[in-house]
Design a protein around this ligand. Structure first.
Ligand code: ASP
Length: 309
C-alpha cells in the first residue's frame, strides 16, 4: 500500500492498520529529514494549508505549522479568538471564504465533536482533525503509538494503561482505536465518574486501583483532568485525585519493573504526575513532542499526494 485509504484524516476510527503502517513508514523518513542540518524538503511547494484553530492549543498548533513548513507548503493561520466567528459567521461560511483563496488542506481544531466530519461533507478541501471536542485527536494517537514503537520495537502485544479523565479526553478515544488496531491490549484507570459507561464495549478493561494498573502495564499514558469540559464536580478535590490517581516516583519505584511514562501535555505538575516522574528517564514525553512533527509531516504529505493539480 502506497496511498492512504481515506481522503481526510478525521479520526483513527476511519483508518485501517495498513494506513497506520504507511504513516509510520513515511514518518521514519521525515524523522531522518528533520534531523539533517537542512531540515526541509520541497515536497509540498504547490500546496496551501489553512490551520484553523477554534480552540486553544500550543503543541499541536506549533507542531502542525512546523510540519507544514518543513514540507515547504504555503500556510495561513487562523485562531477563532481573533476572527469573524465572534461576529456570528457560520463555520461553513468561514471555511468557504478561506478556501476561495485556493487552499488545498484544512487542519482544524474545534470544540465540537464531529466538526471535522461535518466540514468534510460541505467544503472542497482535505480535512485534518487536530482535535474535535472530547471526540478524537488522530495525530496525537499516531504520534503516541509511533513513540511506543520507537521505544519498545512494536506496539503489537504491548499492554497500555490510559490513566485519568477518560470521559472528556479525545486523546483517550483515539489512542484506544489506534492501539487496538495495532494489536495492543488497553486498560483504563481513573475515578469511576470519569470513565464512560461504553468503555467495556470497546474491549477496554477498567482498573480502578492505580498500583495494580501500573503493575500490569508496559506503558502508562497519563492524562490531564479536562476541567474546561466539566460543568459539574466529578471528584471531591484535586488533593484526593492526586492521592488516588497521581503518579509519583515512590509509586513507580515500588513496582517490580520499569514502565514507560507518556503524557500528551499540557502537564499539570503535582496533580496527575510529579516533576520527578515527568522528567525521569522512564518518561518519553519530549520524544512524543519531537515525533509529532514527523507524524504530522507524514499525514499531510500522504493526503497531499492524492490531490490532483
Ligand atoms: N493536548 C491534548 C488535547 O488537545 C491533551 C490535553 O489537552 O489534555 O486533547
Amino acid at each position: 500500500m502506497d496511498q492512504l485509504s481515506v481522503e481526510h484524516l478525521l479520526g483513527i476510527k476511519y483508518l485501517k492498520k495498513e494506513d497506520i503502517e504507511l504513516i509510520f513508514k513515511t514518518a521514519d523518513h521525515f524523522k531522518e529529514v528533520i534531523n539533517r542540518p537542512i531540515k526541509k524538503v520541497p515536497s509540498l511547494r504547490d500546496i496551501t494549508i489553512a490551520n484553523l484553530f477554534f480552540e486553544n492549543s500550543t503543541r499541536t498548533k506549533l507542531s502542525f505549522e512546523l510540519a507544514e513548513k518543513r514540507l515547504s507548503a504555503d500556510i495561513i493561520n487562523f485562531s477563532a479568538s481573533q476572527s469573524s466567528v465572534k461576529k456570528g459567521e457560520t463555520l461553513i461560511d468561514t471555511v468557504n471564504n478561506i478556501l476561495s483563496m485556493k487552499v488545498d488542506i484544512v487542519v482544524m481544531r474545534h470544540p465540537n465533536a464531529g466538526a471535522g466530519v461535518f466540514l468534510s461533507k460541505h467544503v472542497n478541501a482535505r480535512i485534518v482533525n487536530a482535535g474535535d471536542g472530547a471526540h478524537e485527536h488522530p495525530t496525537q494517537a499516531l504520534l503516541d503509538s509511533y513513540s511506543i514503537r520507537e521505544k519498545l520495537g512494536s506496539v503489537k502485544g504491548k499492554k497500555i494503561v490510559i490513566i485519568g479523565d477518560i470521559l472528556h479526553s479525545r486523546v483517550a478515544l483515539s489512542n484506544i482505536f489506534a492501539l487496538q488496531l495495532q494489536g495492543a491490549t488497553v486498560k483504563v484507570c481513573g475515578p469511576t465518574t470519569l470513565i464512560p459507561k461504553y468503555i467495556t464495549e470497546l474491549g477496554v478493561a477498567v482498573e480502578t486501583n492505580l498500583k495494580k494498573a501500573l503493575q500490569w502495564c508496559d506503558v502508562a499514558n497519563v492524562l490531564r483532568v479536562q476541567h474546561e469540559r466539566m460543568d459539574i464536580k466529578y471528584f471531591p478535590s484535586i488533593r484526593e485525585y492526586t492521592q488516588l490517581f497521581g503518579i509519583n516516583k515512590q509509586l513507580l519505584d515500588s513496582l517490580n519493573k520499569k514502565i514507560i511514562i507518556m503524557h500528551p501535555g499540557p502537564i499539570n505538575r503535582g496533580v496527575e504526575i510529579t516533576s520527578d516522574v515527568a522528567d525521569s528517564e522512564q518518561s518519553i514525553i519530549l520524544n512524543q513532542v519531537e515525533n509529532g512533527v514527523a507524524i504530522r509531516m507524514a499525514a499531510i504529505y500522504l493526503l497531499a499526494q492524492q490531490i490532483k493539480k
